[in-house]
Design a protein around this ligand. Structure first.
Ligand code: PEP
Ligand code: MN
Length: 339
């Protein structure tokens, strides 16, 4: 159930509702919108519904309504205008599109510094790079780990871009929180519920990737795990799913973009790099994602993709990335966005 407060409800009125909701054994999450706040009530609704509807007569309350979907805090009903997440000087979910770019993995200081210069010069808003890499084979390059995090942070600070990196092991959360501005959950951990819960207790935005076989409803429930622990800043990322088609690495499911935007207030970004696995397909699918309503993109860019230690075939050279950024500008305008 959600309790929709009146537009001019006071903080005291909101807190009074929170106390009443908690007295009924629900967990209360206050979600502040531009116009009004809502109090999302999560708990066992069997038999309690009747009691919550009584809140309609409480000062400051406009109405009490059920959330029919299985996901509650992630659902659009709780924030119809959509969520905008601030990350340093970047923003995701607002009018301006957010482009997160950088190499698949941090490989050396020279490599991440060159990538940082290239993506910054082309107009990206955040720098990415993996320090802990989820590789199919235990014999493949596993990432530079802690040393990589330090290099990524340093490169990001130097060029003035917030940094995004993957977290795989709950034991590394404190370390990653110390160095990164956004924590990425990879496709292989999309339903690692203990990791998701732990990330819900951090104060960093989480870039949650869709698993390779997760249905959209399961993806929403994964986001709900993070939100329900108190972290409101979740960014959904469509990165392609596994289908019968093997000509591309994955099948980029662009249906997901408008559907997730209908279902949820959370920002949605698209990763055409992992979605296709082929560098020449990245720009067309990036443009298609923005046309479909995505709030941003995640693009792998490497100064020398031919010598990359992971995902070489899908990483863009800096010049190709700069061309993509130019091509995005008129498209962004056509769909009422800026870049
Ligand atoms: C990545 O972003 O480099 C990555 C490993 O992505 P995914 O989890 O989508 O495969
Ligand atoms: Mn990669």
């Amino acid at each position: 159930m959600i309790v929709v407060m009146k537009a001019h409800a006071t903080e005291e009125e909101i807190q009074a509702v929170v106390r009443m909701v908690e007295d009924l054994d629900y967990k209360a999450h206050v979600i502040s919108g531009i116009e009004r706040s809502v109090v999302a009530c999560v708990g066992d609704e069997r038999g309690a519904k009747h009691q919550l509807t009584h809140l309609e007569s409480v000062a400051g309350v406009e109405r009490v309504m059920p959330v029919v979907k299985s996901f509650k805090l992630a659902s659009r009903e709780v924030r119809p205008e959509g969520s905008t997440i601030r990350i340093g000087n970047a923003e995701i979910g607002g009018k301006r599109l957010a482009v997160i770019a950088g190499p698949c993995a941090i490989e050396s200081e020279a490599q991440i510094e060159a990538a940082a210069d290239a993506v910054k010069a082309a107009g990206a808003h955040m720098l990415r790079g993996g320090a802990f890499k989820p590789r199919t084979s235990p014999y493949s390059f596993q990432g530079m780990e802690g040393e990589g995090l330090v290099l990524l942070e340093k490169a990001g600070r130097r060029v003035g871009l917030p940094v995004v990196t993957e977290i795989m092991d709950p034991h590394d959360i404190d370390l990653v929180v110390e160095h990164a501005d956004v924590l990425q959950v990879g496709a292989r951990n999309a339903q690692n519920f203990s990791l998701l819960r732990r990330l819900g207790r951090t104060n960093k935005p989480i870039l949650l990737k869709r698993g390779m076989s997760t249905k959209l409803e399961e993806f929403m429930m994964a986001a709900e795990y993070i939100l329900s622990e108190g972290n409101p800043n979740v960014i959904l990322c469509e990165r392609g799913i596994r289908t019968f088609e093997t000509a591309t690495r994955n099948t980029l499911d662009l249906n997901a973009v408008p559907l997730l935007k209908e279902w949820s207030h959370l920002p949605v970004v698209v990763d055409p790099s992992h979605g296709t696995g082929i560098y020449s397909l990245v720009a067309p699918m990036a443009l298609a994602a923005i046309a479909a309503g995505a709030d941003g993109l995640l693009i792998e860019v490497h100064p020398k993709p031919e010598s990359a230690l992971s995902d070489g075939p899908q990483q863009l050279k800096p010049a190709r990335f700069a061309n993509l950024m130019k091509a995005l500008k008129p498209l962004a305008e056509a769909v009422g966005r800026t870049i």
